[in-house]
Each structure stands twice: as C-alpha cells, then as structure tokens.
Design a protein around this ligand. Structure first.
Ligand code: F6R
Length: 615
C-alpha cells in the first residue's frame, strides 16, 4: 500500500511525479503529496486529501508554479493516523530532510519518545515522521546523506520503501527498501524511483529492482547501491515489456469492466506455449519442475483475498484429480501460527501482485520452518518479491490489472492451478493420457466459453436492479462452487458495499438459514455435477423461508424455477475444471452492475488498495 515516486533529472520533475502518482493510485488514494527542492535548495511541498486529481488541482492554483529538478511524491493508504493533510506525505524534519514512505515502522512509539526528548517536534500522527527525524539526527554524525540513512534504518523494525531528499544534498535521492517494493528507473536525462515500474514507463523501460535491505544513492548520472550490511553491490538492469497503452480504459466505462471482458484473451495468453494438442508441458513451471513434482507428497497453498479463493478451488482439484493432499490458508494467519511443514511439501504462493506483504512473509516463514521444501509462486508480476524468493515461478499472463477488484487475475490463477493439478496428476499417474487430453481440451475451450458467458451482461444488468435496496446477500454453492461463491461474495462487498457471505449450501441449516427472509437474496451456483440433487434440496430449504433466489446453472442442471426464483443458464457441458472458471463470470458481472447502480467508485472502492504491501 501507498505508492512512492521520485526523480532527479535535468528538467522540471513535477509532471513526471504527477503522472507516476496517477499510475500508483491503485496502491491507495486517501491523500497525496509531493515535494521538490526549488532553485535556492529549499523545500516546496504540496499535499491534498483524497485522490491525485485533488493534488493536481491544488498545484494548478499555486502562484508561482512549483518547479524543481529533484523531487519525491506519495499517494497514501492510511495506516497510522487518519487521512488528513497533516498526515499526508512527504514529511519533513527540520527543513533538512524530507521523505515518502510505504510500509509500517512498528517501533515508532519508542523512537518517537526518544526523539521528543531530543527536541524534535511532530506534526502528524504517522509512524513515518520518526524516519525523517531519525535521519536528520543521524546527519549530525555522518558525512553523507546515504550514511545517515544507513545509520538511521538500523533502528527501525517493520517495513519500508523510502524515497529521501535533503536540502543539504540537493543532487541526490536516497532509496531504501525492506519489505516494501522499490524500483529504480534508469533514464536518459535523469534517474528515478518508484514503488512499481508502471509509474516510470514514460521516461524509461530500464529498471533495477532493489532487494530487501538495499540502500541506493541516486544522482542524475550515477546510481550506487549498498546491501543492508553496507557492501557495495551491483543489481541487474532489466528491460520492461510493459506498454503505456495498457493504462487506457478504451471503450469501456471502467477498468473492471474492461478486465472482465479481457478474460478470454488473458486465458489464451496464460495457456500459450504451456500445452500441446494433447498434453501439458510440465517444464512451464520451471526446468526442474518434473523432478520436484515427482517427489512432492503434499501441497500447501498460501494466499490472500481472491487469490486465497482460487487456492480453495485448487484444493478440490488437487485432491480429487491429482490425489495429492492439499491445505490452503490465508497468509496473515499462516505466517504467525507456527505450522507444521513436512518434507516434500510443495509450498505454493498465489498472488496477482507478487507483493502482498502477508503472502511474502508467509513464504519467508515457511522457508525458515523447513528449508527443504520447494516453493512455487503463481503470480501476474514477473519482477516481484515473490518471484525473487521462490524456487519455481509460474507467470499468469493476465496483463496489467488496474481495477482494485480482481477479475482476470483470479481466472488466470485458476488456469495456472489447473495446469499444476494436471502436471502433478500426470507424474503421479492419477490421470491417464485420455484424461489429460480431456483436461487440455477443456482448457482450450475456456476462452470461447468465457466469451459466451460474457454475452449475458444485459440480462445480468437487469438482475442487478433487484439489489438496489438490499443490505445483505448470501452466496451458496457446493464443492468448488463454494469457493466461487466466496469469490462472488468478496466482489460484491468490496465494490458495492453490500454485506455478503458465502456458505457451502449444505451448511445453511446449521445456522445461516436463520438470516433468510424476503429481504436477503440468495445467489446459488448450480453446475451439473454429482452434488446437484443435494443442492436442489438446499434450494428448496431456502425457498421455504421466502428468500428471493437467483440460480446460475448449467443448462443441463435443469433447476426448476419456482416463485421468487430466477434461473439463469450460464452454459452447458462444463467439466470439473471449466465449471468454476465459467461460473465466476456472471458473479463478476453482477457485482459490477450492482456497484454501478449503487454509484460507487468501482475501480477504486473506498478503504481499499490494489496491492497490500503492509500487514
Ligand atoms: C479482491 C482482491 C484482493 C486481492 C488480495 C491479494 O478483489 O483483489 O482480495 O486478491 O489483496 O492480492 P494479491 O493477489 O496481489 O496477493
């Protein structure tokens, strides 16, 4: 969370800072701010509440206009201290140091008390301000800015991605990272920093991804990097393939809608070069994957949010099809509960961003618990912390996902997990050649099936109207559809702010059925599988309690419409792998259109951020 961008160049840096902030808004949008060193080496700072647009408007009103060739900027997702101007970054210490921060300094109260006794004044309730004061204090005993930062960070516990400038060192930015992502962009007429390369694409496609503990001194013509121990290090320069055009919403109203409709292509791209006509290429998980998967005796999946829901689907697949034991857990719990990790475990992290702090920490923890395990990350972000920490990497090729609510990242994760299931099943001989071919055929049909499901948008738009005044909704499904129901409920709450819960349909009678009345719609998913008849009985139970029901079914499920029940055939002849992916589509569309009716900020829902890089 929080996005930072900065640069030192041979021209005014303001427009680059604003452009970068706009691209980083997915990381938080409670407030934003920027600071430059003006010609006489004094700080010029502007901060605004809310979105970056407000900062832009604020800057337009400044006379004279703010200018500077060196500056840093920040878009905030509030952790310590409410969203307010005085808590907005950049923060300043004694007109000598200014900085932007992404992360949390956990021991800030202790540091603050020391600094108060040393005469430092605080103007915010943030944890960040102690960093500025700590650096200013260190400057008294150090001869360079970078040495001051290196000294100060030794006293911090927690996480940080930092961009720091000083009025005493007007030719440089210091960047430091621990836990939070930070990248250096190498330009022609300047050098830059950002939380994410997408902030800098208009000035460069050359990037250095800092490693945990790195501290860098960035001048217009020189970049010097040290590791946490203070050793001079060289980090590789990578060329980004990302294109600026991907940031355009095109003919769609919102990025979420665009990304929902990009799913056929995203799935095609994720499958490309990973399957042949009749088999899966196991080496797609890494050239040692075959050897590793052969030895694996259980799978542990760890993830958050939608990625966790994808993991839940995979548990059914891995145990049912590949006959391998699989556990799935949310990363924020896993990382703290000292779990048992047996030898020969394949430890899988799922993450669109590859930067989710809890998932990254859970992976580090797992490696500490049992260093013999093999780690696989399934992510949409090639240059991410998770890819750097994992033995095996599978990149979903969903393309840039800008909307905070995940859509194509989720369905492409499911595709990746289907390939994983098929690979392990093939090596363990739990699926034969014919079954492998059936799975491959199903995967190949997916883009077409998704396109068909998307044709229901108009019908779903009409359904959405029914939710206009609803406060709560229940999603039910059985088997993998319980996980899809969870994903549907998550989507609905995050973008429409309607309370939603998901239950395995068979569990309703153990409590939640008490909630059901005509004010509480129930959305059910009814694939044509071995649990269909049981689901139909569950629907009868719900109907008897007077609920309005919407059932998304496989045409062959033939759920009989009843009073106050709408049955919507999504498609037909879906299999165990294709069904959960396809039934996700109407749920995404439904949430999207309910959010439109409720008038929420669909792509940037309140209180959320796309990449959760703090605990
Ligand atoms: C929901 C959503 C979040 C993310 C979660 C994990 O629509 O987007 O729940 O799925 O924050 O993010 P990643 O996958 O980047 O680790």
């Amino acid at each position: 969370m929080c996005g930072i961008v900065g640069g030192v160049a041979n021209k005014n840096i303001i427009s680059l800072l604003l452009e970068g902030l706009n691209r980083l808004e997915y990381r938080g949008y409670d407030s934003s701010g920027l600071i430059v060193l003006s010609k006489n080496n004094t700080f010029d700072r502007v901060r605004s509440l809310g979105k970056v647009k407000n900062l832009e408007d604020n800057l337009k009103g400044r006379v004279p206009l703010i200018e500077g060739n060196i500056g840093i900027a920040h878009t905030r997702w509030a952790t310590h201290g409410e969203p307010s101007i005085h808590n907005a970054h950049p923060h300043i210490s004694k007109n000598s140091v200014s900085l932007v921060h992404n992360g949390i300094i956990e021991n800030y109260i202790e540091l603050k008390n020391d600094q108060l006794s040393n005469g430092y004044l605080f103007t915010s309730e943030t944890d960040t301000e102690v960093i500025a004061h700590a650096i200013d204090f260190a400057m008294k005993s150090c001869s360079t800015l970078i040495a001051s930062v290196q000294l100060a960070i030794k006293s911090f516990s927690g996480s940080y991605g930092l961009g720091i400038i000083s009025s005493k060192y007007p030719d440089q930015i210091i960047a430091a990272r621990k836990g939070s992502p930070l990248v250096i962009g190498i330009g022609v007429n300047g050098n830059y920093i950002a939380s994410d390369q997408i902030a800098l694409l208009s000035v460069t496609n050359k990037f250095i991804f800092l490693e945990d503990g790195d501290v860098a001194e960035i001048k217009i013509d020189k970049i010097t990097i040290y590791d946490f121990e203070g050793n001079l290090v060289k980090r590789p320069v990578k060329i980004s393939k990302l294109k600026l055009g991907e940031f355009d919403v095109g003919d769609y109203d919102h990025f979420m809608q665009k990304e929902i409709f990009e799913q056929p292509q995203a799935i095609r791209d994720t499958l490309e070069s990973r399957i042949t006509n009749d088999s899966i290429l196991i080496s797609t998980f890494g050239f040692k994957a075959e050897e590793i998967f052969n030895k694996v005796t259980q799978v542990q999946i760890v993830a958050c949010g939608s990625s966790y829901n994808a993991g839940l689907v995979a548990k059914y697949w891995l145990e049912d099809i590949a006959k391998i034991s699989c556990n799935v857990e949310v990363a924020s719990e896993y990382r703290y509960r000292r779990p048992i990790l047996l030898n020969n475990t394949l430890f899988v992290t799922l993450s669109q961003s590859g930067e989710t702090a809890d998932t990254v920490e859970a992976l580090k923890e797992a490696k500490k618990i049992n260093s013999s395990i093999t780690t696989l990350c399934i992510t949409n972000s090639a240059e991410s912390t998770l890819t750097r920490l994992s033995d095996l990497i599978f990149l979903t090729h969903a393309g840039l996902e800008i909307s905070v609510a995940s859509s194509k990242a989720f369905t492409t994760q499911l595709v990746a997990l289907a390939l994983l299931t098929c690979s392990i099943g093939k090596l363990k001989n739990t699926i034969n050649k014919k079954q492998e071919k059936e799975i491959i055929d199903g995967l190949k049909r997916l883009p077409g099936l998704v396109s068909e499901a998307l044709l229901q948008e108009n019908q779903i738009k009409k359904l959405a109207i029914k939710f206009k005044d609803k406060n709560s909704t229940l999603f039910v499904g059985r088997g993998t559809m319980h996980a899809i129901a969870m994903e549907g409920a998550l989507k609905l709450k995050e973008i429409s702010y309607i309370h939603a819960e998901a239950y395995p349909a068979g569990e309703l009678k153990h409590g939640p059925i008490a909630l059901i009345d005509r004010h509480m719609p129930v959305i059910a998913i009814a694939p044509n599988d071995e649990l269909l008849e049981k689901l139909k009985s569950n629907l009868q139970e719900v109907k008897s309690r007077g609920s309005q029901m919407i059932v998304f079914e496989d045409e062959n499920s033939m759920v009989k419409p009843m009073e106050a029940m709408e049955v919507i055939p999504v498609t037909s002849n879906l299999g165990r792998i294709t069904a959960p992916i396809i039934f996700t589509i109407p749920l995404q569309l439904l949430s999207y259109h309910i959010a439109i009716i409720k008038g929420t900020d669909v792509d940037k829902p309140r209180n959320l951020a796309k990449s959760v890089t703090v605990e």
